[in-house]
Ligand binder design. Sequence first.
Ligand SMILES: Cc1ncc(COP(=O)(O)O)c(C=O)c1O
Ligand SMILES: [Zn+2]
Length: 401
Amino acid sequence: MTFSCLSHLHCPKCRAVYPADEVQQLCACGSPLLAAYDLDDVKKRLTPELLSRRPPDLWRYHELLPVRAGKHVVTLGEGMTPLLPMPRIGAEMGIRRLYMKDEGILPTGTFKARGAAVGVSKAKELGVTELAMPTNGNAGAAWSLYAARAGIGVSIVMPVGAPLINRKECAIAGARLHLVEGTIRDAGAIVGRAIQEHGWFDASTLKEPYRIEGKKTMGLEIVEQFGWRVPDVILYPTGGGVGLIGIYKAMRELAALGWISGRLPRLVAVQASGCAPIVRAWEEKRRESEVWPHPSTVAFGIQVPKALGDFLVLEALYETDGCAVAVEDAVLLLEMERVARTEGVFVCPEGAAAFSAARFLRENGWIGDDETVVVLNTGCGLKYPETVQAEAPVLQAQDRI
Ligand SMILES: Cc1ncc(COP(=O)(O)O)c(C=O)c1O
Ligand SMILES: [Zn+2]
């Protein structure tokens, strides 16, 4: 039985083609590689009706994922997260059909579980025994835990400023954890040298082709959950941009399969004002971004001064008539509170930024009041306890309130 219809890897920059059944990192030209599938074969094997009878996890899309043999799947039960209507905060914003895809309930508390599940499974299938990666925290945590389940050794380098919980997740999983005085770019440089020296597999964002395939399943799920219809707008908190590129890739594959038709959703890259290289590039109509100097935001997951896949993120924005929006920390922190108070969900600061961006884009008319809008909450607020103040009076047992 064919589990995956993966056909080959290709370079979106120089069009080079690579075989998919050996370890690959970047293209010789320095660009990330993308996975291609035999979509005619997928069409023969799979229908939306058949899919609806499969278990509710991301492996239901296995023909469109890169792992060749089911026995190599490393899973913690990730996928098929709820697509929740957000009527109260939607009404407040003037967006009647506002939905939130809640990635906060995934293993390790963020959508990074998707990339880790697929990336680690494929690494295992290809015989990888040691991998290394720089991270802003959540990805390192997810990869450490999935790699532990796969029996793969992991080295992680993360900024000292990353949320403490992420360090602890790596530590409990037995990863070799290092901290760096600097940003994820500095962490990346250290990992790059270590890869050269030790011959480890480089699991850095987009330096291996399969993490994006896991993140692509967010897009597949959104469409399936809407009954094979696409929403008008999807807002995504963008750091390295893999999620956004993945969602765009999902939409294109579904269109090629003929399972969706018409306009693709307008994709919105949301960043923090303290680190907004993609927003700046989009405003200047450029195809690539510049390194953001002195990045700083509480939404640590999106603090990426320059993404390797920036040109792919920008292409996705231009091709879908999307846009890019930057949000101040004070604004997104207020939004976190609003979402919790109106809808009962403790979203992460990155997700809150995407809600703020939806509010802003409705206010300026870019989003219409009858449009269907999806906000990605990429993680659980529980992973960011330091973002919430909880002052409370301390009582004695006999006190009254
Ligand atoms: C919670 C959260 N949201 C969003 C992002 C950004 O992800 P991407 O690299 O897909 O842009 C991250 C990355 O670390 C994250 O941890
Ligand atoms: Zn190339």
